[in-house]
Design a protein around this ligand. Sequence first.
Ligand SMILES: Cc1ncc(COP(=O)(O)O)c(C=O)c1O
Length: 387
Amino acid sequence: MKRSSDQDLAIGELPRSRAELVADRQLLDSMSGEMYRARDHMVGFPVNLDFDYRHLARFLAVHGNNAGSPYGSSEYRLHSKRFERAVVRFFADLAGAPAQGAFGYVTNGGTEGNIFGVYLGRERFPDAVLYASAEAHYSIPKIARLLRMEHEPIATDAAGAMDLPALEAACLRHGTRAAVVVATVGSTGRGAVDDLPGIRRVLAGAGTDRSHLHADAAFGGLLAALGPHPAPWGFADGADSVTVSGHKMIGSPIPCGIVLAHDRHVEIIRVHDAAVGADDDTISGSRDALSPVLLWQELRRLGRQGLARRVNRCLSTARYAETRLRESGRRPERPQGSNTVLFDAPEQAVCEKWNLLSVDGRAHLITMPHVTEEDIDRLCTDMNHAE
Ligand SMILES: Cc1ncc(COP(=O)(O)O)c(C=O)c1O
């Protein structure tokens, strides 16, 4: 059966009766009510629902547009590029990008960041093979098709990270061809982190000296940077470009993300003065001016310390979930430093209520900032009652 949120709607013709207008209002009220209530049971998706930007609602009555590069200005004056640059600077510092020569922009999500990173690699090395772990995000094979690149999925180890001997064998098989490698920092399925310095060592050992390493840190970048055991994920660890999500650990009503790269590499794809008075060095032309304002506001509110506290709270809730699920006999497992807990899936009705996806009988619980210990207790109670 279709959920109410999946049922088709029609626009229809004017004039509308008063009853129809009231029904429209009720429809919108009931949808927003449903979305707000869903927060109490949303434990299976890597999105944060703990934010409130309603005081910025005035930006909903104006068309902002950050078309073209965030650097420099625009002939379209209603833009938020200085907010965008501040957000990019924050993430560039976090990812260890050089103070001079770093480029970045606010994307419409992790996929656009991955397209940008791989595109940059492909333009630097047109003969490159695209290597990514078999557990990389589903956007990666699509990007390979989009950019007409040969794609080599690399097997993963027991923890779900890219198997380095398998990468080495694949590089050797491709001889002198260049490599674009996507390292996943926090895999969508189980939060696994690929070993960036290890990948660099493998490339050097295999004689693949023309390479571009893109870190897809959409999910795990902030965990890797700010958790109690920081993991290599950024420029100092060998990345040439990095994707981070804006709607996962930070939170936004609109999907968004940040992509970072070395400006000297971006110069290869840049078309000067092509985008309403700005350089064209982004994937999209017209770009959302609201997300940079929201991200700027939230980063100003939290700062690096507040974000670190948030990350640590997520990890502490994940540890709590592991304990409670073990007590419930659900065989939980969680990679170190990850907020994803895999466990034996409960029955379908419980999965649906708690928005849990399951693969091969294992569900994944993700302790994003809005998920509390009380939520975990309620989930365990539901699972125990359902048995
Ligand atoms: C590791 C990883 N990369 C990329 C993405 C894609 O992000 P988006 O859905 O914002 O395009 C996701 C989303 O879940 C992800 O987990």
